[in-house]
Design a protein around this ligand. Structure first.
Ligand code: VGL
Ligand code: ZN
Length: 210
């Protein structure tokens, strides 16, 4: 498959805190790193997103006395899952895994800096008020198709793919280059069905070799 200048790879949140041993670990999350590295040479335009929270972020259960991770609260009118403290700016857990090839990345889009609103998607915060600049960056580069991979399939990957799709990019999910956190056992599968029903194309990394 010859990829063109109209194609971009978006690598979502492959950071230590989402990997085994991390604060919000996706089980076997590290197993997708070889697939992501193997796909990268097919793309001229690669960007990454990075969850990048201040310590006082209100998505952290620890910032709500008496609450524990997994509980859901109302945060300024939006349902917010409370998470363990993760991806705090400047911490080891916020760094990209050292085995992830970053040598051809054109930009990194950080998200989740506003303490009052979470940001699952690489495009917008969950209130759709703040814009990371990713859509503009892709449009200026002439991108028409986006290929999404990374962590977690049922949160940041799903919302990035859904936003990209609704912004008019033809959107592909690389299934063997993503993994779900599965707070509920079926969340990963539900996320796949939701993406598929919105017109996102589900592919595997073998797509690029064929
Ligand atoms: C994520 C929960 C909280 C993710 C980020 O990268 O999927 N999930 N922050
Ligand atoms: Zn986060």
């Amino acid at each position: 498959m010859k990829m063109s200048k109209k194609d971009a790879l978006i690598i979502v949140d492959v950071q230590y805190d989402f990997l085994p041993g991390g604060a919000l670990a996706v089980s076997e999350g590290d197993q997708i790193i070889p697939a992501i590295n193997q796909i990268q040479p097919y793309f001229e335009l690669i960007v990454a997103t990075q969850d990048w929270h201040p310590a006082e972020h209100l998505s952290f259960a620890a910032n709500h006395p008496g609450k524990i991770p997994g509980e859901i609260i109302d945060l300024d009118g939006i349902d917010q899952v409370l998470w363990p403290v993760h991806c705090v700016q400047g911490s080891k857990g916020a760094e990209f895994h050292q085995d992830l090839d970053n040598s051809n990345w054109k930009a990194i889009f950080q998200k989740g800096m506003n303490p009052r609103v979470d940001s699952y998607s690489g495009f917008f915060d969950n209130a759709r008020r703040g814009d990371t600049g990713l859509a503009d960056f892709l449009r200026k580069a002439g991108v028409e198709r986006i290929f999404v991979c990374g962590l977690a399939q049922d949160y940041c990957v799903k919302f990035t793919a859904l936003d990209g799709n609704s912004l008019g990019f033809e959107t592909f999910l690389i299934q063997d280059a993503t993994k779900a956190v599965n707070l509920d056992a079926n969340d990963g599968e539900k996320a796949l069905q939701e993406m598929k029903s919105k017109g996102i194309q589900l592919i595997d990394s073998s797509y690029f070799q064929s």
